[in-house]
Design a protein around this ligand. Sequence first.
Ligand SMILES: [Zn+2]
Length: 379
Amino acid sequence: MGLSSAVLRPGLRASSLPVVDVSAEALRRVPKVLLHDHLDGGLRPATVVDLAAESGYSGLPSDDPVELGDWFVRTCSSGSLEDYLATFTHTFGVMQSVSALRRVASECAQDLAADGVVYAEVRFAPELHVAQGLALDEVVEAVLAGFREGRRLAAESGHQIRVGVLLTAMRHAARSLEIADLVVRYRDDGVVGFDIAGAEAGFPPTRHLDAFEYLRRENAHFTIHAGEAFGLPSIWEALQWCGADRLGHGVRIVDDIEVAPGGTARLGRLAAYVRDTRVPLELCPSSNLQTGAAASIAEHPFGLLARLRFRVTVNTDNRLMSATSMSRELSLLSEAFGYGPADWRWFAVNAMKSAFIPFDERLALIEEVIKPGYAALVD
Ligand SMILES: [Zn+2]
């Protein structure tokens, strides 16, 4: 299809560059919505060190929080998704007790709230936290209690946040039906959906079809990590075989878009389906840079996908591994593509529309929190 100026949003024009205020403080203050953030990818480095000492975990590459933080970023920047995922053994390795899980969840809610995130869906894989004898139910309850505590502490320091939990099944394992059952059992207690994660190549989502079919019969929601390191077949399976509500990453949908030298874009059938049906893309720019999916933010497909009006959302993926935050991701994108407050609001509303909480609650957050939060910045 051709790109007419009607398709372009005013804030996406290069001419808006000089007036963009991408100061860290401006970005921190505006309400943000985060759909793709891993609990075991967002620990404070100092907390990893503390929890390792408390639990007798001896495998950390450094006991110094600054060095450890640098180690995660460096090791995760090798360009390989497999190397990136290997670093998680140190984070879920220290998250094997009720108190550790509770602390990590509480700090997660507080850190996101302090960064101006008003609604977040945070995911984790219960099956990775049972190495020292916890039952899956105990793992889920510890995390839910941690988020309740974190939300309360954040409110005490003046930041309102709501957190929904996504339970993840590991795609190389065989526990997805059990995890899907947990999602259904805890859906009135703060669990809002299901996900599968882990190395994509060789582990297509259709391996877990029984879990997805069960969730659909139960009217439950799910997203699938697809189209991150692996391309269109993974996205196609996630949508057309499994029935995913959203795509975790989904960035490789650009492989189905041809852009002529003049900027005219032609969408293949899958890309057209994704855009026509408003499938939310949980895009994670910094994470993609580290795993080699894009060479720089300026070359990241986010710019093209936003220009073509896909339902793009901005996400952190793993704040520890990328030393990032929602403000930082927005800042990087704004510097690369000239986004301003109207665009930040669009991304937040896109994400809020795509959240797994009930429609009336999504609408209330959009009308009562997000729009008023941008009122002074956007006409
Ligand atoms: Zn992820």
